[in-house]
Ligand binder design. Structure first.
Ligand SMILES: Nc1ncnc2c1ncn2[C@@H]1O[C@H](COP(=O)(O)OS(=O)(=O)O)[C@@H](OP(=O)(O)O)[C@H]1O
Ligand SMILES: [Mg+2]
Ligand SMILES: [Mg+2]
Ligand SMILES: [Mg+2]
Length: 391
């Protein structure tokens, strides 16, 4: 009887389950949008790649994804409850000579939102106007901090990879009282199985013209997600616009690699030398006996690679003076940790998401490893190499 009673007590719903559910769907929809824009960027030579003040690229996809994710979150939770720290602003879009660009963004946003039901989301009753879209993008201008709840969004991480037809990611995380509690990472060009990477999307595109592919063979991308403290990271294939969503969309668990011997490990790092010192990591790799060539991959796909066990070490040592932003790391950190990995700065401290838009106080760089033992070894090697390097 006792047992019967306890079974009758409804179990407490998992914390953040609604947030996670909506976030994964929104990222799926964003990935679909990005794939369409990336295809059009590559097929046409057009002027839709803009430069920001720091000369970094920004595209229709960056603004459009920020608009749709912001819109979906606001609709789902009420705009008064949603605070978002996101990368893009409306400055370039609102210029007098940007009318054409804004029009393209508005069209892209409405095309994407009209397919919201395919992702299990509700779209708007009427298409969004330019000012609705600008407002949705601007809602990403929160500044974060140590208390309360906010989302952080990198609508397109690795924009350089994106415009080059290569890897990029859509990254969304929920932060509460300074801790990342949810992370969702969409990787539209990172197939569910690493081996399919060889089947590179460029070839894929050519082949797909010849043979219509089923969703099984077509899923060249994946979405990873994790909830802090669950001890689980999940990965699902990318949804196509007209596939019916069957939640949780055949997700499988992702786990870090068990390799703890540096000689057998693969390390990944940013593609651009200006984003991380390749010479420092090359010296360090040599000192710990890493034999494999570094895997240089754009974007937070590097975090995904560690979480899935496709690589064991990720290092980023930005030049002195560069301050890492929270949206470039939040989703990746929780996804690696819940998959069994360890992420800290080079001093072994956790990354601090409680200080606003930057990871303040970061010691030298970021080190993510498949496990604690390997992480320990890399930290020691960084210390040993640091003083003899010119960084
Ligand atoms: N100088 C400098 N140093 C370090 N990091 C920088 C720098 N400039 C930009 N960024 C940020 O790096 C983000 C891309 O980082 P990645 O690790 O993916 O680098 S790379 O694209 O592989 O080279 C990139 O993210 P996105 O702008 O979303 O693409 C930037 O936020
Ligand atoms: Mg980024
Ligand atoms: Mg970005
Ligand atoms: Mg950028």
């Amino acid at each position: 009887m006792e047992d019967q009673k306890s079974l009758d007590i409804p179990s407490e719903p998992e914390k953040y389950s609604k947030e996670l559910n909506i976030a994964v769907r929104a990222v799926q929809m964003a990935c679909s949008l990005c794939q369409e824009v990336q295809d059009s960027l590559i097929s046409k030579t057009n002027n839709q790649i803009q430069s920001k003040d720091d000369n970094s690229p920004v595209t229709v996809a960056d603004w459009s994804v920020q608009a749709i994710v912001s819109w979906v979150l606001s609709e789902s939770f009420g705009s008064e409850n949603v605070s978002i720290v996101a990368e893009e602003d409306v400055q370039n879009l609102s210029k007098a000579d940007s009318a054409g660009l804004l029009e393209t963004v508005v069209r892209t946003v409405n095309d994407s939102l009209s397919a919201a039901p395919c992702f299990g989301l509700e779209g708007p009753r009427n298409p969004l106007s330019s000012s609705d879209v600008l407002e949705a993008i601007s809602r990403g201008n929160s500044t974060g901090g140590a208390t309360g709840r906010f989302w952080t969004l990198d609508p397109v991480d690795g924009t350089l990879g994106f415009v080059r037809g290569d890897q990029y990611a859509v990254a969304l995380a929920l932060i509460e009282d300074g801790e990342v509690v949810l992370g969702v990472l969409g990787c539209p060009n990172y197939p569910m199985k690493k081996e399919w990477l060889n089947y590179h999307h460029r070839y894929h595109r050519i082949i797909s013209k010849l043979t219509p592919t089923t969703s099984e063979s077509w899923d060249k991308g994946c979405v990873l997600y994790a909830r802090k403290g669950s001890g689980e990271t999940w990965m699902q294939p990318l949804l196509k616009k007209n596939n019916k969503l069957i939640w949780p969309n055949s997700a499988i668990q992702a786990q870090v690699s068990s390799i703890d011997n540096p000689a057998l490990a693969t390390f990944c790092e940013p593609v651009e030398k200006s984003n991380s010192s390749h010479s420092f990591t090359a010296g360090l790799a040599h000192s710990v006996g890493l034999r494999k060539q570094p895997l240089r991959v754009y974007s937070m796909v590097k975090y995904a690679a560690i979480a899935r066990g496709d690589a064991e070490i990720f290092m980023k040592f930005a030049r002195t003076g560069y301050k890492e932003k929270i949206w470039d790391h939040a989703a990746g950190v929780v996804i690696i940790q819940e998959a069994g990995g360890v992420v800290t700065d080079a001093g072994g401290c956790p990354l601090d998401f409680s200080k606003g838009i930057y990871l303040e106080g970061l010691d030298r760089g970021i080190i993510a490893c498949a496990g604690a033992k390997l992480h320990e070894k890399i930290l020691r090697a960084v210390d040993a190499s640091w003083n003899s390097s010119s960084l």
